[in-house]
Design a binder for this molecule. Structure first.
Ligand code: ZN
Length: 545
């Protein structure tokens, strides 16, 4: 071989290896909060093959002609946010349901229905919520006519703002066999015209005449709703969502979306413990993937505090005959937990009241016996008896909490439980000081899914008008660093994924976001107004403002 030729080959090899070392994506001029304690801050980051290959002051050595460079112009970059407790399909359903809140005329609502009908298939139901005729010029119940004209080929059912009435169109009334011969059911009323023909509005128990005809969504609709919800999550800066309690139909939809390469957010799915899917999953074992992981079981031990369904050790302060309802007791939770441990599944139990928290913690203790790495979780952990906090630590149980629940519930939570028990409510610092892992979430669509709003609630314990000033039970507030960790590395830990995500460091997945403002330094009152400008998943832009 001639020297010239050898030199040429050598040059080519060099060029190839240089190209292979070039980043596909580089972020420069950024205020990067890494959530890596060994290197908390950085200014630049380089990504190749979906992973971070360099992060630090300068990554220009990895920038080549094919590298896409994003100049952050000094904006804040954070790890992609992880919502550790949301309901994905329910969010999609809510997004597909027409939001009629505050609309000031029947005509405007009919126009919304017409738009929806133009996009729906013939026969597909159009649903809406929160209309209120008291906001209209004529403050009377509407009739079916306007929304029948707007959607002649689609059944329409619109729920009133208080949930006590459905406004249906002709197609829906036909499908429900509601006609002049229909009798008012017990506790309900069919509004009628002068000749006795149903006019369109069904009150209270009469609503079921129509609502029972709304079919279960098809696999195609489920997939569409999930995609819609996750697209919204990506827009809000989430790169992983823990879906808290899914049936097999949702997992099927996830598989389909993963196969098509369409998932804009990674999903950690908890199998609904009461669904038929549980036993087959226990038999086959967990499924671990980059985009979808199924390795946990969601149990529900009680109801919610607002409706006094949360199971309490002592009666409600504002309802002395009532202790709520324990849906699963210690033995029932223990039975599932024992099977889960044997098969490599994590157990995540919804527990809001102190009796439900105790049932879950004691059941876990029966199975786990002491410190462990099974990472069992209590979802919500809202009201915990003082003597039970230590059990989280003792049995290595995670408290998966939702900061916005505290700021939504604060006007009435103390009425429900009284002055003593409220001390053990939404007690983030009490748990964190014990060394308990505390992943944060929103419980969307129960609460708004915006994780920046959750971050704001966590660090202020105030509403968006900055009330109560100084925060509600302020000693339980999180610092910004703690709140950031709870939305990133703690969420990753809660899914056994802290080695691949939750912080920005070399070798981890390139999941990150860029924000309009630096939530780590701006005045507290401005935090919730911050929005996401860019969401990147595996080095690919999944949302850009
Ligand atoms: Zn939930």
């Amino acid at each position: 071989m001639s020297t010239a030729r050898a030199a040429l080959i050598g040059f080519c090899l060099l060029a190839v290896s240089a190209a292979a070392q070039n980043a596909e994506l580089a972020i420069t001029n950024a205020r990067i909060y890494t959530v890596n304690p060994r290197q908390p801050r950085a200014f630049a980051m380089a990504v190749r093959a979906g992973k971070i290959v360099a992060i630090g002051d300068d990554v220009s050595r990895l920038v080549g002609p094919s590298t896409k460079v994003i100049d952050a112009h000094g904006l804040a970059v954070l790890p992609g946010l992880i919502d550790s407790h949301g309901h994905v399909r329910a969010l999609g359903t809510a997004l597909e349901t027409l939001d009629l809140r505050g609309i000031k005329s029947e005509r405007e609502i009919a126009a919304k229905v017409r738009d929806a009908a133009a996009q729906a298939k013939p026969g597909e139901w159009i649903l809406g919520r929160a209309w209120d005729q008291n906001l209209w010029a004529v403050k009377e119940f509407p009739t079916a006519k306007s929304i029948s004209d707007a959607a002649p080929n689609n059944p329409v059912a619109l729920t009133r703002v208080d949930g006590h009435a459905i406004w249906a169109n002709r197609k829906a009334l036909e499908l429900a066999d509601v006609n002049g011969a229909t009798k008012d059911p017990q506790g309900g009323r069919v509004m009628r015209d002068a000749s006795g023909v149903p006019a369109g509005v069904l009150l209270d128990n009469a609503q079921v005449l129509v609502s029972q005809k709304i079919p279960e969504p098809s696999p195609e609709q489920i997939e569409r709703r999930i995609l819609r919800a996750l697209t919204e999550c990506a827009r809000l800066g989430m790169t992983t969502v823990h879906d808290a309690g899914v049936p097999q139909s949702d997992i099927d939809a996830y598989h389909s979306l993963v196969a098509k390469g369409l998932l804009p957010v990674r999903v950690y799915a908890m199998i609904a413990g009461k669904s038929a899917a549980l036993d087959p999953w226990l038999a086959r074992g967990p499924e671990l993937g980059d985009y979808l992981t199924v390795r946990s079981i969601k149990l529900v031990a009680d109801g919610a505090l607002g409706s006094r369904g949360a199971a309490m050790l002592q009666p409600y302060a504002d309802d002395p005959a009532n202790r709520g309802l324990l849906i699963l007791d210690r033995a029932a939770i223990r039975a599932v937990a024992a099977k889960a441990v044997a098969k490599g599944f994590q157990v995540n139990t919804h527990a809001i009241g102190d009796a439900a928290n105790r049932a879950a913690l004691d059941a876990y203790a029966d199975v786990l016996k002491g410190p462990n790495d099974k990472r069992f979780r209590v979802e919500h952990a809202q009201i915990v008896a003082p003597e039970d906090f230590a059990k989280f630590r003792k049995y290595s149980v995670l408290a998966s909490m939702q900061p916005t629940h505290a700021t939504s519930d604060m006007p009435w939570a103390a009425d429900r439980v009284g002055p003593a028990r409220i001390q053990g409510a939404y007690a983030w610092q009490t748990l964190m000081k014990l060394g308990v892992h505390l992943p944060s979430g929103s419980d969307f669509p129960v609460e708004n899914p915006n994780p920046i709003w959750g971050f704001y609630s966590a660090v202020t314990r105030e509403d968006h008008d900055a009330m109560p000033a100084g925060g509600w039970f302020p000693t339980q507030k999180m610092t910004r660093e703690e709140a950031l960790r709870s939305w990133t590395i703690e969420g990753a830990y809660a899914a056994f994924q802290e080695k691949s995500k939750g912080s920005l460091e070399t070798g981890k997945l390139a999941d990150f976001i860029m924000l309009s403002d630096d939530v780590m330094t701006i005045p507290e009152a401005s935090i919730w107004k911050t929005h996401v400008k860019l969401t990147v998943l595996s080095g690919k832009i999944v949302y850009q403002e």
